[in-house]
Design a protein around this ligand. Structure first.
Ligand code: MG
Length: 165
């Protein structure tokens, strides 16, 4: 077998979820979105950034966000997730992997993602070092089903590609 794993591009997948709690805004992809609830979590609960971070780390086979930024470390409490994403990108670059594109699906009943799509794309593109047209953000509802349908929280799935430097 030998060198068969040495390919020039890879993909990774990331998933994250956070529950809603009291508040008047949430942060998704580094963008503050006014809402009737907030997302709660150890960090700023930015589920888009967390899913994208895991997708990039996964593509580079560098572990996951929990290993890089343990929630047992007080330094990570309330931490800016855009900064964590940037650190993961740097970790991937250090390992010889350059991000190629990311594609994100946000699943929630509220808020609507469409009006914030381009702001999120721009913020993520800057954080990752991509052109905006290499960052895709899509919003879906869960058709009223299950915990997402009951508006208990939000889920995000992301994929990312990387190419060898
Ligand atoms: Mg998270």
């Amino acid at each position: 077998m030998g060198n068969t794993s040495r390919v020039d591009s890879r993909v990774g997948i990331g998933y994250d979820s956070h529950r809603f709690g009291p508040g008047d805004a949430l942060i998704l992809g580094g963008v503050r979105i006014p809402a009737v609830q907030a997302l709660v979590g150890h960090s700023d609960a930015d589920a888009i950034c967390h899913a994208v971070t895991d997708a990039l780390l996964g593509a580079a086979a560098l572990g996951d966000i929990g290993a890089l930024f343990p929630d047992t470390d007080p330094a990570n409490k309330g931490r800016d997730s855009i900064a964590m994403l940037g650190a993961a990108v740097q970790r991937a670059r250090d390992a010889g992997w350059i991000p190629g594109n990311v594609d994100i699906t946000v699943i929630c009943e509220e808020p609507k993602i469409g009006p914030h799509r381009n702001a999120i794309r721009a913020r993520l593109a800057a954080a990752i070092g991509l052109d905006v047209d290499a960052v895709s953000v899509k919003g879906k509802t869960n058709e009223g089903m299950g915990w997402i349908g009951r508006n208990e929280g939000i889920a995000v799935i992301a994929v990312a590609s990387v190419t060898r430097r």
